[in-house]
Design a protein around this ligand. Sequence first.
Ligand code: GLA
Length: 401
Amino acid sequence: MNPIEDVSDFLDNLIRFFGDGDIDFGFSPNDAGSYYQYFVPGRVNLIGEHIDYNGGLVMPIAIAPGIRGLYKERSDDYIGLYSTTHKARAIIAISDLPLHYGADNDWCNYPLGVIRYLKDRRVPIKGFDLFFDSTLPEGSGLSSSAAIEVLTAYILLKEYGGQVDLPQIAVMCQRVENEFIGVKCGIMDQFAVANCKKDHALLLNCNTFEHEHIPFELDDYALLVINSKKPRSLIKSAYNDRKAESDEAVKQLRSKGALREGQYLVDASMEAVADIGDELIRRRARHVVSENLRVKHAANALRMGDLHTFGRLMTASHTSMKDDYEVTGLEMDMLAETAQNIDGCLGARMTGGGFGGCAIALVRKNAIQPFTDILSRRYEKATGLLCEIYVTQACDGVREI
Ligand code: GLA
């Protein structure tokens, strides 16, 4: 692969050519028919954190910021990947696709992993250019990597006549993340950005992939996303450590007959967990088992429109991530715990993989302004960081636009 080049001028011209100020890759009358546009959203998880890789239940929604993809055929056997965020492009011969993650390939690793995977599965890929234009901040826990993976897979399967099965696309992209990128993540992010529905939360069983779209009706309340601006990369090692600790808990529970072969950590009872001798492994397991129960209660609360209970469960989820799973950190605790105590807030928690990123809060609509003022002020005073707060809605997953 050629090194990633800075092509700011070219992309600026492209943006000017295709759209208005908001980087809108609209069709150009001259090119109608040769460019195809797609969109994938980001996601926030309402509850059910770090339990997707433990066979648990999760409840994400897709959110409005996302990545727009523009596909165009080429007449040679090269692939051009362009990013307006990075103001850069990489050109690579199809015969030269990498086998593994390469640090130099930076953001291209995600689309490259997917392209490699599809090519190995005999999708008849020919030369093309793919332009990515993102409103999804990277490294903020809103699933920008799952989004670009799912978008790439969706576009190429559409363009090359493959079977566009959204759950299958999610599974495939998770595999890319696990095997090509090297993060042992679960299925939640890829499944969410592929399958979520407007105005609904997705209740997903990460073991069976059974899922239900539960109406996400908040009446007098709103869901706020709070970006801590504390940069977070899914620090491979910390994330993979938690996965290894969960596996260790399974091993110990199995050896005592508290879990059968084929069962997941979420299937253990709280009594069996309390019996784990190793203190650290016990706390990790306690988070996983209790979080799964919280998701079940939260799903019922949402079905019944009981937002007070839903909010309390969000807050309990944060406490468990902080004390037992230890994936939050100073900034996220400050943000979530301050939010929880502001008038009009029913509950708040960190969302996503952790170690920085975003929190979410359920706040009464007429209290949003004072909530935002108080939270930003206190957070800045404590951390020196300016957080970003906005109201979000539940959106549709990946699609052609
Ligand atoms: C990241 C991973 C997901 C999930 C969350 C934590 O977002 O990609 O698979 O494990 O962390 O819930």
